[in-house]
Design a protein around this ligand. Structure first.
Ligand code: GDP
Ligand code: MN
Length: 378
């Protein structure tokens, strides 16, 4: 789950990181009022859950209240990478001298959080990684030890920061790391962290991505979820208790179990197809869940065939077979499908499907090949 810039920066501020004064507006009148209260130039920032808002025209500096109102009016309602802007953050504008990148992510290979910093901030860090990898400094953190002052100090020297910034930088790195730990984040990022007049550091942008698997520990963060930023299929999947990730292929996959879902995607690829999604309907799924999953898969217009791969354990194959047929009544479609059911009550399950003329396969390889061929119209 992604947090908005304004939400992320509030969490950063609670951890001692300096951020600009600012407030969120949903109308240009409100934006004007906030700009008036702040006094002086302000920056109008679209609050949408994508990066590169600046380049897309979603971040603009206003010199006075009139301009603030006008720019807010322009940015509200704007479409940025498919998302409609319905909120803007009005921040005191910073007089930026230099831009630094600072982030914390999990390094899966090292099994540790790693602080990443670059003196080439502002632009996307992936870009710096391509064009100038030397400019990216990495500081892996040993979890039991944590982040010590001297780690952050060394990082500051590594970046070539001048002395006057070092102590501020240490505070900010520690605050960012603590924000990351306290929220169970998978990413906490300040880009850019800027140098402003008076030799001060300031976090003008902020981004936190929470680990969904740890959300149950943070009811207060779950409340920050912006429903409007979820696609309708993602929302439906979450409400139905399904793990769903949309992909770009044409074979919809409905599977029980995450590992089996991955194996199914692999085998679809092996036989020349491409999976349209990852979807784990979970153990013991009943027909309503199957119907919800089918609706979600079919809402993707690129899907040309659907592969059901069910391993019956707690989930009974006959229950799933009935679920598939009930779901098809509820969600009629011409998209061809094939099912492979094995495990508990598989015979019964297959019979139910056969009576309804629903194609099935006995092995996963056969099922995947059939699905790929059906999708090709063969
Ligand atoms: P992003 O494009 O979505 O990452 O949004 P950012 O908040 O990082 O803003 C993009 C760029 O706008 C930054 O890299 C800055 O160069 C610029 N920017 C952001 N805030 C300010 C500000 O307060 N003053 C000025 N002059 N520029 C700003
Ligand atoms: Mn940014």
């Amino acid at each position: 789950m992604k947090l908005h810039e304004y939400q992320s920066k509030r969490i950063f501020a609670e951890h001692g990181i300096p951020i600009p004064k600012g407030e969120v507006a949903t109308s240009s009148d409100e934006a004007r009022e906030i700009a008036r209260k702040l006094g002086g130039p302000v920056v109008i920032k679209s609050q949408v859950l994508v990066g590169g808002r600046g380049k897309a025209g979603g971040v603009k500096v206003a010199k006075n209240v009139d301009e603030a109102e006008e720019l807010a009016d322009q940015i509200l309602g704007m479409d940025i990478k498919g998302l409609t802007v319905d909120k803007v953050l009005i921040d005191e504008a910073a007089d930026i001298r230099e831009e630094i990148y600072l982030g914390v992510v999990i390094d899966r290979a090292l099994q540790k959080p790693v602080v990443i910093a670059s003196a080439e901030g502002g632009v996307e860090i992936e870009e710096v990684a391509k064009t100038n990898p030397e400019a990216i400094k990495r500081l892996p953190i040993d979890l039991p030890v944590g982040l010590m002052d001297y780690h952050a100090r060394n990082l500051a020297y590594d970046l070539g920061l001048r002395r006057v910034f070092v102590n501020q930088f240490i505070r900010i790195v520690k605050g960012l790391y603590q924000s990351f730990i306290d929220t169970d984040a998978s990413l906490a990022e300040i880009n850019p962290l800027v140098i402003i007049e008076g030799e001060k550091l300031l976090a003008v942008d902020g981004k936190i991505v929470l680990d969904d698997s740890a959300l149950y520990r943070h009811p207060e963060l779950v409340e920050l979820r912006d429903i409007q930023e979820e696609t309708s299929s993602e929302r439906e999947a979450r409400l139905a208790g399904l793990s769903y990730v949309k992909l770009d292929g044409e074979i919809g996959c409905m599977v029980n179990g995450a590992g089996l879902a991955m194996a199914t995607m692999d085998i679809v690829k092996y036989y020349g197809g491409a999976p349209a999604n990852f979807l784990d309907i979970g153990g013991g799924a009943k027909s309503d869940k199957v119907a919800a999953a089918l609706r979600i898969i079919l809402s993707d217009s690129k899907v040309k065939g659907i592969l059901f791969n069910i391993f019956g354990g707690i989930t009974r194959c006959d229950e799933v077979a009935r679920g598939i047929l009930e779901a098809l009544n509820a969600v009629p479609t011409d998209v061809p499908m094939v099912a492979r059911l094995v495990g508990t009550n598989e015979e019964e399950g297959r019979q139910i499907l056969a009576q309804a003329n629903f194609p099935s396969a006995s092995s996963l390889g056969e099922a995947a090949q059939k699905a790929v061929n059906l999708a090709k119209g063969a």
